[in-house]
Design a binder for this molecule. Structure first.
Ligand SMILES: [Zn+2]
Length: 353
């Protein structure tokens, strides 16, 4: 029993890690043989692919519990589907959080999870809340855990909104998209801040920077003061920074804190929060920057720096996604490696809000 359980846990860990890993591979432009090398160090490629593509099966009835989701009402007609996923969690669980915004004439669904089955679960949940049609699906960025459900939206003829080079990233199967099955790229690409009216209800879509190479979008519902940040916020969760730029990310957090000081916040991962969650994310990166600058002052190599600092600091001990902090797998661009690379480039790179 113990053996089977341990193996199961290892599998889940690998799934989540593989998302981070393949994203990094895409970013650095590694060739496929390097992916295979890296994967071979954790599991066989075949096993990894099988797990990554295994559809979550919330069959028949709407079964949020089986998907590790809780429906939370944040205001009239504004909901979050909050995931309890962590590395080592159930493979049927939705990895990210989703949002549901209901207006007088239609609904916007934010981030349809990592599989079409989970997207269908989100859509079925909408049906339990309103008879209004789903007018749009928004991808807060291109990563698979937020976009793998897109084919379910395409099948229903629901337009999918994304930002920046997102269609190009889908076409080239960048990063975490590389190991996925069927994909559906957004068909509405926004390259400026945008307003959507769901009948009487306004939703503002605003660009953010730092997490996903120019595809981050946040959504704000002014009348309910609810902000969906996508992965600009990982609440009580170690962020995935391997596809990001920490200083740009800090700039976006600064801007969101000053623009939405009294909003309820739905993060991409972790529980719902408010301005405190934005500040905690900011503090996490400040700590990481201080750490990296101390390495630089001591003239440490990347290997020395990581070896010296791989224990998660006390304030973050209870965070989810811990393997993203230190060197869990060789070559995985976890927080420490990314911090080393980005903060040792130059201490003069300005903070750009
Ligand atoms: Zn994510």
């Amino acid at each position: 029993m113990f053996g089977a359980k341990a193996k199961f846990k290892a599998k889940q860990w690998i799934v989540a890690l593989s998302i981070a890993l393949v994203t990094f591979v895409g970013v650095t432009g590694w060739q496929n043989n390097s992916i295979a090398d890296a994967v071979a160090q954790t599991s066989t490629a075949t096993e990894l692919q099988t797990i990554a593509q295994a559809p979550a099966k919330p069959e028949g009835n709407v079964n949020l519990q089986a998907a590790g989701l809780k429906l939370q009402e944040l205001g009239k007609g504004v909901y979050a589907l909050v995931s309890s996923y962590d590395f080592g969690g159930d493979s049927n669980y939705a990895i990210c959080n989703a949002g549901i915004i209901i207006g007088s004439e239609g609904v916007l669904v934010i981030d349809p999870f990592q599989t079409p089955a989970l997207a269908d679960l989100a859509f079925a949940t909408v049906k339990t809340l309103t008879d209004k049609p789903i007018k749009y699906v928004l991808n807060t960025h291109y990563h698979l855990d937020h976009t793998g459900g897109n084919p379910a939206a395409r099948k229903l003829g629901i337009p999918i909104i994304g930002r920046g080079l997102i269609r190009e990233y889908f076409a080239s199967r960048r990063g975490s998209l590389s190991g996925a099955g069927e994909l559906a790229a957004p068909d509405l690409v926004i390259n400026a801040d945008t307003e959507i009216y769901l009948g009487d209800r306004l939703v503002q879509l605003k660009r953010a920077e730092g997490h996903s190479s120019g595809t981050d979008v946040v959504a704000y519902v002014p009348d309910a003061k609810v902000l969906f940040t996508g992965d600009i916020v990982f609440s009580k969760t170690i962020p995935f920074v391997g596809d990001g730029d920490i200083r740009q990310w800090q700039g976006s957090l600064y801007r969101l804190i000053t623009t939405y000081p009294d909003a309820q916040v739905v993060p991409g991962h972790g529980g719902t929060t408010d301005v405190k969650g934005l500040q905690e994310q900011q503090a996490f990166f400040s700590d990481l920057e201080k750490l990296a600058l101390s390495w630089k002052a001591q003239g440490l190599t990347k290997e020395q720096a990581i070896a010296k600092s791989s224990t998660i600091p006390d304030p973050y001990k209870d965070y989810k996604f811990k393997p993203l902090y230190a060197s869990a797998v060789p070559r995985l661009p976890n927080n420490l490696e990314t911090a080393y690379e980005q903060f040792s480039r130059s201490s003069l790179i300005p903070l750009v809000p």
